[in-house]
Design a binder for this molecule. Structure first.
Ligand code: NAD
Length: 253
């Protein structure tokens, strides 16, 4: 139990990677705030927690400042402080650049980039007040670093939102380091979650991916959770502004 007495907020914890991250925090003894726009899905995650786990569900749309402020206020009221924030909530959409609407551009950036901005700012203020340091982990993507276009599926707005989050990680790591707050990214490759379900059901897409991944398998949500746990430990205090690729080696070549 490496995270006993730690309080963690995980956004998008009602599904996929976020759910696995929340469950890994429970296994390490942390108190976890399961924050998701889908409250029923968040409740399902809590139902999977080991008996005796300390948890709270907060319905939050990370694109809305009032929701984010409420999430932070409720957490501090209930548990006293916040030690760890995982900015995991994210959406993907496949549209070629020339067909991309302003509304779709805004939606993807609002969830994937504005959400982490709002959450990190609100949580960091509480971490500084509490004077206990802190850990922020942003879930980016290999697509923050390269354009992936299997079977012609384009997602330029996803690329730019995750590229933006990669740089927000570095900028906030610099500004928050004097408060003992580290900020790092975990960049997944392709992970089997509802997010990728449709694509992975297409044998041609799966083959395209496996040809490029030296580990010869797609990722599991627990692969992502393991990296997040490592970056959340007290022992990782000298790591900040870094990216851990969890991609089976995809980005080596
Ligand atoms: N699955 C992959 O292959 C993969 C690869 C690279 C990066 N990622 C990243 O991992 C993260 C999680 O992805 P996943 O695969 O688990 O997806 P998922 O669709 O299974 O889960 C996303 C969760 O985020 C929640 N969410 C969406 N919009 C929200 C909002 N505005 N406010 C609060 N919650 C919101 C959803 O309700 C859902 O529970 C995302 O940031 C995604 O970009 C996933």
């Amino acid at each position: 139990m490496k995270l006993k007495n730690k309080v963690a907020i995980v956004t998008g914890a009602g599904s996929g990677n976020g759910r696995a991250i929340a469950l890994a925090f429970f296994e390490e003894g942390a108190t976890v705030v399961i924050a998701d726009v889908n409250e029923a899905a968040a409740q399902e995650t809590v139902a999977l927690a080991p008996e005796g786990s300390k948890a709270m569900v907060v319905k939050v749309d990370v694109t809305k400042k009032a929701d984010v402020d409420n999430m932070v206020a409720q957490t501090v009221k209930e548990f006293g402080h916040i030690d760890i924030l995982v900015n995991n909530a994210g959406i993907v959409a496949f549209t070629p650049f020339l067909d991309l609407s302003e509304a779709e551009w805004d939606k993807v950036h609002d969830v994937n980039l504005k959400g982490p901005f709002l959450c990190t700012q609100a949580v960091a203020k509480e971490m500084i007040k509490a004077n206990r340091g802190g850990r922020v982990v942003n879930i980016t993507s290999v697509e923050a670093h390269r354009v992936v276009s299997s079977s012609g599926s384009c997602q330029p707005h996803y690329n730019s939102s995750k590229g933006g989050l990669h740089m927000l990680t570095k900028a906030t790591a610099l500004e928050l380091s004097s408060y003992g707050i580290t900020v790092n990214s975990v960049a997944p490759g392709v992970v089997e979650t509802p997010f990728t379900e449709r694509g992975l059901q297409n044998p041609a897409v799966k083959e395209w991916i496996l040809e490029r991944v030296p580990a010869k398998r797609v990722g599991k949500p627990s692969d992502i959770a393991n990296a997040v746990i490592f970056l959340s430990l007290d022992e990782s205090e000298y790591i900040t502004g870094s990216t851990v690729f969890v991609d089976g080696g995809w980005t080596i070549a």
